[in-house]
Write a protein of this length. Structure first.
Length: 250
């Protein structure tokens, strides 16, 4: 199996929701270390490049055996787009000799919990299908769009859309399958990332291309750190995983 893909790990120094979250301790390691180690362990990734404006995160990347890319200040703001930061890192990798047909994986540094084989699954589908991009999705549970409602100032409840509240469905198991991106992985071709796919409309998701595929993750398999509670949950999950692995080795 060729290890020709490049993994671009994105992690800014700043964060409004959880300040310094990419370096916050999670189960004994800086949060971003879990993502870097995940990328390094991939059977299909041959190069791991960490893009950040944080000197501490870049130093961590180097110490773990990844390549460090100092992100431009204008791409390190909370309004900067993910694809712009990824493209900058990709161009740096190309200048360093990366083949233009090598697949790309975008991984967020603030996702310490993801299945070990998630990146390889996404890259496998990308290669086998010939699609432009593959993203991981989690199945929606009780927050299903059919159960979304409106509340007016008087507390009166109305359907978010249509005329029937909850679409007439009141058991979760009767809801049709619905999925949301979970932040676990994005695999894509370089042509998609650099916006060379013909017929793609402008917009923040243009870098996904036209043929967009998805892989499903199970509940709790991916934890994206957006709140302090997410940090606590991720810490508990990873410690539980480590405890289970230790018992299995006895």
């Amino acid at each position: 199996m060729a290890r020709d893909a490049i993994a671009i790990v994105l992690g800014r120094a700043g964060s409004k929701g959880v300040p310094g979250k990419n370096l916050a301790p999670v189960a004994g390691k800086p949060c971003a270390q879990w993502t870097i180690e995940h990328a390094l362990a991939s059977e299909r990734v041959g190069r791991v490049l960490v893009s950040s404006d944080s000197p501490e995160l870049l130093a961590l990347a180097t110490s773990l055996g990844a390549h460090a890319h100092a992100r431009s200040p204008e791409l390190a703001t909370d309004s900067a787009r993910v694809d712009d930061a990824a493209r900058e890192a990709l161009h740096a990798a190309r200048d360093g000799g990366l083949a233009t047909d090598a697949p790309v994986v975008i991984l967020y540094a603030n996702v310490p919990v993801r299945p070990p084989a998630l990146t390889d699954r996404a890259l496998a589908l990308l290669g086998e299908s010939g699609c432009d991009s593959v993203q991981s999705y989690a199945r929606v549970g009780k927050h299903h769009p059919w159960w979304t409602a409106r509340l007016d100032e008087g507390g009166r409840v109305a359907p978010w859309e249509g005329e029937v509240l909850n679409h007439g469905v009141f058991r979760r198991q009767d809801l049709p399958p619905a999925f949301v991106p979970d932040g676990g992985v994005i695999a894509l071709t370089q042509r998609a990332l650099v916006l060379e796919i013909a017929g793609v409309g402008a917009g923040p998701h243009a870098f996904f291309g036209l043929d967009r595929r998805g892989i499903e993750t199970r509940e709790g398999e991916v934890i994206d750190i957006d709140t302090p509670t997410d940090l606590l949950v991720a810490d508990a999950v990873l410690r539980a995983h480590a405890g289970g692995a230790s018992r299995a080795d006895r």
